[in-house]
Design a protein around this ligand. Structure first.
Ligand code: F6P
Length: 340
């Protein structure tokens, strides 16, 4: 079989582990040819393809990013996009696609397999960890490790300067990184989109804490929002697509805390550091397991599904499980974050 392979959406550590697993297992064990497309679905639309061999993927396991490049491109949203994908599929004599991506890229993968009737298997990756149907997505574990280390490091400087330190973490829709790294790093206040906040309650908690401690750490997700009806309604500035601009809510929260408490308050926007660098062992393992499951699945005739970690197993789930949905941080984790 000839299988097209692409990575779409924001990059993250662990993508190369999945690419390597698809290529090694596909070419050596299953007799497949793997055709890599540069820059996600855009590369498929443009026919920007290259053969991938064992040699090409040798040594990439430990590298962050993606050797194929990536783009936020969805063929169903581009004029003539679906026809171009079909042309490339035929010109390259492909038997299917393996598409590694977050919610947007996987939704596009589902639409491609529906509209064109070609075999497609997806692999979920996103540091945001918001893909429904899988316990974990590639990249999340590394992002949480990086964010936790950042929170650890902020403690000593916060304490030395008697400051409130606000750290803004990625997560526009769901607050997985802020909540999990916030808990792991011992943040005192954690703000996630799942639980709109009241700045007066936060200021009160910080003032109370500063009766016996001289510093506080506040972890804020990019998509955190003030509660309706709460006194302060300063919101994140949105970009043209309606997404919060990085640093915006962090800046607003920092200003509001300083004004309400009188304590010196500083902001750190961790940004793309969370998406860069060497993947953790867990992300290398997840990428490898999902790569193997994807190539095994497509060779076995599976289609219109994505690999999903469910408990101890990696299984295949229909795209419908995740299309148009968001995996929210569960109440149990929010309660843990709230009660510390
Ligand atoms: O890939 C997910 C993510 O890292 C989000 O957490 C973040 O809000 C967004 O991507 C940033 O996107 P871009 O790479 O387009 O700036």
């Amino acid at each position: 079989m000839r299988i097209g392979l692409l990575t779409g959406g924001g990059d993250c550590p662990g993508l190369n582990a999945a690419i390597r697993a698809v290529v090694k297992r596909g070419t050596s064990e299953l007799g497949c040819s793997i055709v890599g497309f540069n820059n996600g679905w855009q590369g498929v639309i443009d026919g920007d393809a290259k053969p991938l061999t064992r040699d090409d993927v040798s040594g990439i396991l430990v590298h962050g990013g993606t050797m194929l490049g990536t783009a936020r491109c969805h063929p169903h949203k581009v004029e003539g996009g679906m026809e171009a994908v079909k042309d490339t599929f035929e010109n390259e004599k492909l038997d299917g696609f393996i598409c590694i991506g977050g919610d947007g890229t996987l939704k596009a993968a589902g639409k491609v397999s529906q509209a064109l009737g070609v075999p497609v298997i997806g692999i979920p990756k996103t540091i945001d960890n918001d893909v429904v149907g899988t316990d974990a997505a590639i990249g999340f574990d590394t992002a949480v490790s990086v964010a936790t280390e950042a929170i650890d490091r902020l403690h000593s400087t916060a304490e030395s300067h008697n400051r409130v330190m606000v750290v803004e973490l990625m997560g526009r829709h769901s607050g997985w990184i802020a909540v999990t790294a916030g808990i792991a790093g011992g943040a005192d206040i954690i703000l996630a989109p799942e639980e709109p906040f009241d700045i007066d309650v936060i200021a009160k908690r910080i003032k109370h804490r500063h009766r016996y401690k001289n510093f506080s750490i506040v972890a804020v997700a990019e998509g955190a929002v003030p509660a309706e009806g709460s006194r302060w309604e300063g919101k994140a500035t949105l970009d043209a697509k309606g997404n919060p601009i990085a640093g915006s809510i962090g800046h607003e929260v920092t200003k509001a805390i300083e004004a309400a408490t009188g304590f010196s308050t500083r902001l750190t926007v961790l940004g793309y550091v969370q998406r860069g660098g060497v993947p953790t062992a867990a992300d290398r393992l997840l990428g490898t397991r999902m790569g193997v499951a994807a190539i095994d699945g497509i060779v076995a005739g599976e289609t219109h599904k994505f690999t999903a970690q469910q408990g101890e197993k990696v299984v295949l789930e229909p795209f419908e499980t995740m299309m148009g949905k968001t995996k929210w941080v569960p109440e149990e984790l929010l309660a843990a974050a709230r009660g510390l």
